[in-house]
Design a binder for this molecule. Sequence first.
Ligand SMILES: [Zn+2]
Length: 330
Amino acid sequence: MNGPYRQAATAIAMATCLALSPAAPHAPALAATTAVPPSPIRQAPSFFRMHVGRFEVTALLDGTHPFPASTVAVDARPGEIERLLADQFLPAPFEGMINAFLVNLGDRLVLIDTGAGDLYGKEGGGLVSVLAAAGYGPEQIDDIYITHLHEDHAGGLLRGGKPVFPKAIVHVSQADFDFWTNDSNKASVSPLLQPFFPAIQKVLKPYVAAGRVKPFAPDADFGSGLSAISAPGHTPGHSFFRLQDASATMLFWGDTVHMAPVQFPEPDIAIKYDWNVPEAIAARKAVLAEAADKGWLVAAAHISFPGIGHVTKLPHGAYQWLPVNYTLNR
Ligand SMILES: [Zn+2]
């Protein structure tokens, strides 16, 4: 750096030193920067569109919330969560996502999970406005496939006590439907999960009354390239959905990975929301290995928006998440 540029840089550096120095009588330079008010506009509603073979897939961000990984992790060593987050330049708690996915199957418009509706307060319930931003309305949804009956996946069936989707058939695994609609199972789960029983029964009720809940068997084939893969553990009937067109495959894997910065490097760390911890860990490790081996695209409920990417294997049983390339050209 030479000539006038060097002189200017030196002058700026000196001015900055003066402004920052506690000995300086005033700090006018920094004070001036705070005169610009923060934007009054919240982040834009977020959707992201891509294609899987001939199918159009749109990720819909229902909401985000601080995720208390340190308090809900199971079987983590002392300080391990904080270390993993710090290694990835993330605060504790880090921000968790609630993603749902819209799939245009050509003959039907389907939704995979519904977000949290009213059940997460202001931290969820954005799905309908994001759906509108993406060019669709809830009245157009033909079928809804629920990965599992937890509040942040099925809560969006209802807003303000009213069903959101006037014609959709709600597909949920028979095992999850039987479990969460039977109060005698309440005693078998942790206190953390017990409020899910009345919440889930409430959001399902108008759809059950209208004859629009259709429980499915393990590994059901729904036609048009969409099928279920039974993956119990997180809940009794937790299911993946596979979308397939020729060689293009996308796996919607629900809550296989709840805490991406923790469970990709350490898949053995579970979460207190798991119904059966050993089964949930086994399901996670099996599908991580398969997704990495087959190079499947994965669409995930709780990975940073849009929650779509690939998985690769690392040494010592660890995995890595590789997000898709963002684009506006869809
Ligand atoms: Zn979830």
